[in-house]
Design a protein around this ligand. Structure first.
Ligand code: SF4
Ligand code: SF4
Length: 315
């Protein structure tokens, strides 16, 4: 329904729609890459296997709405042994449940107006498709050479959320997978990537070489030895290829200022990895900052950033 797209676009969201049947195409595309060894079994198991679990609806899905909304990095301050470090959490990690819920509410409010006694329209968040590929295939976004998706105005500083709906799809935007024209003669992200995960002649990055793949793991999992200690640059994920990308120049300084952690709180964070490990005050602070979901990987990731800062401080 074009009017729904228009309504959302008026509110600053970027939206695209495609027929439900393409969900199968997305899954096939991912499976084919996996079978050709273009996607490692680690990446498949950690991120993609869920796409193949049975769907259960008590209504007939007809389309997918895919929505992009602006999302910016958040910076936190940690005090530790007389030094102070700033640690960034890249876009699309924090406060996403609230953000997605807001979009869902808006969509459902808009489509209510089209429901009648025969049909009640609905939209539900659907995380069983690869959102990035869906956004590119539906023309909403384009891939960068770093395999991150870019949208007009916000570059890669956005979040994607997919909705399954029973709305008729008046305009099926399904199209070929595209990389941005700007990437044809640009190698900035490839040169800047601290772990050489971006390969010159491959469309797909080497995901198992990307820092994100490793620092999203539980803190019990140690970083492989080949990752140089000064590569680490974020509390989770990595922002290097996005920060240096010319297409993010307009947005790259948009950073949300997060909370500051005192020395004793930093010490607590280095030791604990679940909410019951922390004092009430720190638990409240972590809750407000929406850092609960990062707790399992936070002690290891914070430790390597502090060690890096200590080395730099001692020069
Ligand atoms: S840095 Fe250059 S090659 Fe990399 S995503 Fe941006 S424009 Fe494309
Ligand atoms: S996120 Fe970091 S490690 Fe991954 S490709 Fe980009 S620069 Fe390289």
């Amino acid at each position: 329904m074009k009017s729904i797209q228009q309504q959302l676009e008026k509110k600053g969201y970027q939206v695209s729609m495609f027929e439900w049947q393409h969900v199968k195409d997305l899954r096939k595309e991912i499976k084919a890459l996996y079978e050709k060894n273009k996607i490692s079994s680690g990446v498949f198991q950690n991120y993609l296997e869920k796409f193949y679990q049975q769907d259960q609806f008590d209504w007939k899905p007809r389309s997918i709405l895919i929505v992009s909304y602006p999302h910016f990095p958040t910076s936190f301050i940690f005090n530790w042994q007389g030094i102070q470090i700033k640690a960034i959490v890249p876009p699309a990690y924090l406060h996403v449940a609230e953000g997605d819920k807001k979009v869902k509410h808006m969509i459902n409010q808009t489509i209510q107006a089209y429901s009648n006694s025969n049909t009640e329209y609905r939209a539900e968040i659907y995380n069983k498709i690869p959102e990035k590929l869906a956004a590119v295939r539906s023309g909403l976004a384009k891939y960068g050479k770093n395999n991150i998706t870019y949208v007009p105005n916000y570059g890669s500083y956005h979040r994607l959320v997919a909705f399954v709906t029973n709305l008729p799809c008046e305009q099926d935007n399904w199209q070929a997978r595209e990389m941005m024209d700007n990437c044809k003669n640009c190698r900035i992200c490839q040169k800047k990537c601290p772990t050489s995960a971006i390969e010159r002649d491959n469309f797909l990055i080497n995901h198992e070489h990307c820092l994100t793949f490793h620092n999203e793991e539980d803190s019990k999992v140690k970083f492989p030895e080949w990752i140089k200690s000064n590569s680490h640059n974020c509390l989770i994920g990595c922002l290097v290829c996005q920060q240096f990308c010319p297409l993010n120049q307009k947005v790259k300084n948009q950073v949300i200022v997060g909370v500051e952690f005192k020395e004793n709180e930093t010490a607590e964070l280095l030791q604990g990895n679940k909410i019951t490990d922390f004092s009430k005050k720190l638990a409240e602070k972590l809750n407000k900052a929406d850092l609960f979901d990062l707790l399992s990987c936070l002690p290891r990731n914070l430790k390597v950033l502090l060690e890096k800062a200590e080395r730099e401080d001692s020069y």
